[in-house]
Ligand binder design. Structure first.
Ligand SMILES: O=C(O)CCC(=O)C(=O)O
Length: 253
């Protein structure tokens, strides 16, 4: 990739807290990923359901999944781990972080047609607790995405606030939300329109989320999460977060 192209991406990322890179994967690669996910779900959904696979509706047999947590750690997910090593993804990530990158995790945010649940507005680093916040998510569209089918919405430039107060959301697969959201109404809200194969790179401290999907079109997003290789975790904050998460999981069960 050319330095001028990378410089432009970094400028927009630093300014807005997110940046779009079109066609990171071809249509064929996206079809392959979607097929692999379908095969994975067919084989594993019983094993992981209610644990790392969260469902959008109560009837687990419907396979209307909301999301898969820690996708990279599950059996049969070597294919997903391999995709996270894609050269374009790694090159852009390194450039945006301005450091060597460390892969942390992969998650699938699947929003089935008609029943897709919302993801409350949050900052990823409230969950991750990376000191200094030099970390990002690569959000890859596996379908065409817009505000109509629950596209991701950013509070533009809100990464400049640092980590703000959160509270339990009691939502499946997304356990925390920004408290007193009204306070942030002055931020411009942007919902980028994506074609399957496009990728968003967003800062770990940008406020974002997505709404329900009542449309007839599925909306899948595959994420890879990276941090600055040398950044460490705030162990105390992480403990507090995990305590709240476990409390919510217990209540759910
Ligand atoms: O895809 C979504 O709806 C939410 C994604 C998200 O919160 C994230 O990638 O951090």
């Amino acid at each position: 990739m050319k330095k001028t192209e990378l410089d432009k991406l970094r400028k927009d990322y630093n300014n807005n807290g997110w940046v779009l890179y079109e066609k990171i994967f071809t249509k064929k690669e996206i079809n392959d990923i979607n097929n692999k996910i379908d095969i994975f779900l067919k084989k594993n959904y019983q094993k992981y359901s209610g644990k790392t696979i969260n469902f959008a509706v109560k009837n687990k047999k419907s396979r209307n999944i909301k999301n898969i947590n820690s996708f990279h750690q599950l059996s049969d997910s070597a294919y997903i781990r391999k995709k996270s090593k894609d050269i374009k993804i790694r090159t852009i990530t390194k450039y945006l972080l301005n450091s060597k990158e460390k892969f942390m995790a992969s998650e699938l945010f699947a929003k089935p047609a008609q029943k897709g649940l919302p993801s409350p507005i949050h900052q990823d680093n409230f969950y991750w607790c990376v000191k200094g916040g030099n970390a990002l998510t690569v959000w890859i569209a596996l379908d065409d995405v817009s505000s109509v089918n629950g596209g991701i919405q950013y509070y533009n430039k809100s990464q400049k606030l640092g980590v703000v107060k959160h509270e339990p959301s009691y939502a499946k697969g997304s356990s925390q939300k920004v408290s007193n959201l009204k306070k942030y109404n002055n931020f411009k809200k942007v919902c980028p329109k994506l074609r399957a194969g496009d990728a968003l790179f967003h800062h770990s401290e940008i406020m974002h989320g997505s709404s329900s999907n009542y449309s007839g079109k599925r909306r899948r997003g595959l994420t890879f999460q990276f941090k600055d290789f040398n950044a460490t975790y705030d162990v105390k904050l992480k403990k507090q977060y995990l305590k709240s998460l476990n409390k919510q999981i217990k209540l759910r069960n």
